[in-house]
Design a protein around this ligand. Structure first.
Ligand code: SD4
Length: 322
């Protein structure tokens, strides 16, 4: 797993660039830098590379975000997304994912087991069913009917970590910011269309059946093609309480820059949870129609990757409230 500690050693992989300089954050410039893609955490760099192959050749943002999310999903070394994700307290790897396009079409799955690429199942829900959201056994059955293969997602490493955890079985549903990471990815394509996707294995050792923000449209992901797109990571319960990504997009609609919108959403969490917010991590990413980006988190250490033509693929650290 690439931890945020290792992020500090990633100098050769991607340059750390001061946010305000590189991305014009906070400016109300109409200067367009499309296409652009941004993704959460260090694995955002690799996710962006796949997304960029599509965006840079004139492809659709929807295809780009799906391709990007599939990267950490399929990486057994990432213990927080798909294959190799840390299990719930009963040893079951259950995945949550959603996707949304420029027409407000959306699809989602939650508590999905045995499928390496839940984002692609979410897309099938969006495209092949009259529904938005399938969960558990029904989601699995649907995935299998669409040709997805049933696989074992619990790797030796994850099983070992789970067995170690079982010795004390201490569960604090607060951020231990090393025990969960989610791929959230939003993109703007050449035609100026926006899309986004989000996938996670959720909080490690969660209660069976627990679902966080990641598959919930409006919470961990929202796209409004007139305005912008947003995604979140961190303790999902706090994001759900403020319907975070929808809030960020609506704040942009009111005239806030992506950066201001992310900051106001995080401040809302602090206002709701003045004590708890000191101990947990939540981060937001936002992208508007002009290709401007924003990022903000409760705590230090929220990294994300941005890729566009001018800057290439850069790993940045978001500013934080604390
Ligand atoms: C969840 N938001 O299940 C996810 C976890 C996460 O970084 O984002 N971790 O609550």
């Amino acid at each position: 797993m690439t931890t945020r500690r290792k992020f500090l050693q990633l100098g050769t992989l991607a340059s750390l660039t001061p946010l305000t300089k590189a991305w014009g954050l906070g400016k109300s410039t109409s200067q367009s830098s499309k296409p652009v893609v941004l993704s959460t955490w260090n694995f955002g760099i690799a996710a962006n590379v796949e997304a960029w192959k599509i965006l840079s050749t004139g492809g659709r943002a929807l295809d780009a975000v799906e391709a990007g999310a599939r990267v950490p999903e399929g990486d057994p070394k990432e213990s927080s997304v798909g294959l190799g994700g840390l299990p719930d307290r009963d040893g079951r790897v259950t995945l949550d994912s959603c996707i949304m396009d420029e027409f407000a079409n959306c699809g989602a799955v939650a508590c999905l087991e045995h499928i390496v690429h839940p984002v692609s199942v979410a897309r099938k829900v969006m495209e092949k069913t009259p529904h938005v959201f399938l969960v558990g056994e029904g989601a699995l059955r649907f995935a299998l009917s669409q040709g997805f293969k049933k696989e074992k997602l619990l790797t030796k490493e994850s099983e070992k970590a789970w067995k170690e955890w079982l010795k004390t079985a201490q569960y604090k549903p607060v951020a231990n910011i090393e025990n969960h990471d989610t791929i959230g990815i939003v993109a703007l394509d050449n035609k100026q269309n926006l899309s986004g996707a989000c996938t996670t294995s959720g909080m490690a050792y969660k209660m069976q059946g627990r679902v966080g923000d990641s598959p919930i449209i409006g919470a961990a992901l929202f796209v409004d093609n007139e305005i912008g797109a947003a995604t979140s990571t961190g303790v999902g319960e706090e994001v759900i309480r403020i319907v975070g990504s929808h809030l960020v997009v609506e704040l942009m609609r009111q005239g806030n820059s992506p950066q201001q919108a992310c900051e106001k959403a995080v401040q809302r969490i602090v206002k709701n949870q003045p004590v708890k917010s000191k101990e947990i991590q939540v981060g937001f990413l936002a992208l508007n129609k002009n290709g401007e980006v924003g990022a903000y988190a409760l705590q230090k250490g929220f990294t994300y990757a941005v890729y566009n033509q001018e800057q290439g693929n850069v790993l940045l650290e978001a500013k934080s409230y604390y």
